[in-house]
Design a protein around this ligand. Structure first.
Ligand code: NAD
Length: 277
């Protein structure tokens, strides 16, 4: 059984990015906008900015009060769209309820949309002409590549159908030649589908949803879920201890998809930078 170590893969990706950045006279710049005081969002933003600095990027952290109006936030994005030292713009989600996140995401020019959430970048991924694609699914693809998982003809089941994980994940796997089923809250008898899957990507946000009964011997499992238990510890959507004896490869939580997501964000910023050169 292989454990897919996201920390090691992310470290290698960061090293490659840092080496490449040395050859450029101006550093790639990433601006991260945080609205409000959500504690988890603050940690994510801090980690992203730290990762930027580590690879030699310019990092601009912009913190706005939760009272900011949609128009004010739009003009902040516009300012960054026009700033030549900024190659990537990321607005940390979730946003306060009075702001329409879709409007904000679409206001980032696709060339600087390093989260890959804009309809233009999602459209390109869907048409198999990716430019900048969402970080978490891209990270999962790199993890599958690291174990030389040839996805052509494989039966893949994704649990979760969000815009940021499940849906772009389906496109990535389809583009790689897999046959894909996407399950969600309304799906009947998910177990029946996962039980015959060669690859399962769990991204529902439900602790220990996937257990030994749900998988077939030798399956590859990528656990995207991050769930905080009452004792403060983090766990994924997969009951790791219960399934580890049956799978051919599995990613742990923590130390799996999480670090890859941030490393791909850096890669996306570099892609955006090079496209603007
Ligand atoms: P979301 O709440 O936007 O979407 C969850 C999806 O799962 C929905 O499509 C929903 O229908 C489905 N779902 C919920 N309960 C289900 C159930 N019991 N059975 C089947 N489907 C179910 O969440 P999201 O933003 O896509 O995130 C999903 C999980 O992945 C969360 O735990 C989140 O913290 C984690 N996440 C991790 C990373 C990372 O870098 N590791 C990145 C993004 C999200």
């Amino acid at each position: 059984m292989k454990i897919i170590d996201g920390r090691v893969l992310a470290e290698n990706l960061r090293k490659n990015i840092a080496n490449e950045v040395k050859q450029y006279s101006r550093p790639p710049g990433l601006a991260v906008i945080l609205v409000g005081d959500d504690e988890a969002s603050k940690v994510y933003v801090r980690n992203k900015s730290k990762a930027c600095v580590q690879v030699g990027f310019y990092s601009d952290q912009i913190h706005k009060s939760s009272n900011i109006t949609q128009e004010e936030l739009l003009s902040e994005v516009k300012r960054l769209n026009e700033n030549n030292n900024i190659d990537g713009i990321l607005v940390q989600l979730p946003l306060p309820a009075h702001i329409d996140a879709n409007v904000i995401i679409e206001s980032i020019i696709p060339e600087k949309d390093v989260d890959g959430f804009s309809s233009e970048n999602i459209g390109k991924l869907s048409l198999k002409k990716p430019f900048i694609s969402p970080c978490t699914p891209r990270g999962v693809m790199k993890m599958l590549a690291s174990i030389k998982c040839d996805l052509r003809g494989k039966d893949c089941v994704i649990i979760g159908a969000s815009n940021i994980v499940g849906r772009p994940m389906a496109m990535e796997l389809l583009n790689a030649g897999a046959t894909v089923q996407v399950c969600h809250k309304e799906t009947k008898d998910i177990k029946l589908k996962t039980k015959s899957a060669d690859v399962i990507v769990a991204a529902a946000g439900v602790a220990n949803l996937v257990n030994a009964d749900w998988i077939k011997e030798g399956a590859v499992i990528i656990d995207v879920g991050i769930n905080r238990l009452d004792d403060g510890s983090l766990t994924g959507d997969v009951d790791y201890e219960a399934v580890k004896g049956m799978v051919s490869a599995i990613s742990p939580v923590p130390g799996g998809v999480g670090p890859m997501t941030i490393a791909v964000l850096l890669e996306n910023t570099l892609t955006a930078y090079k496209a603007r050169l």
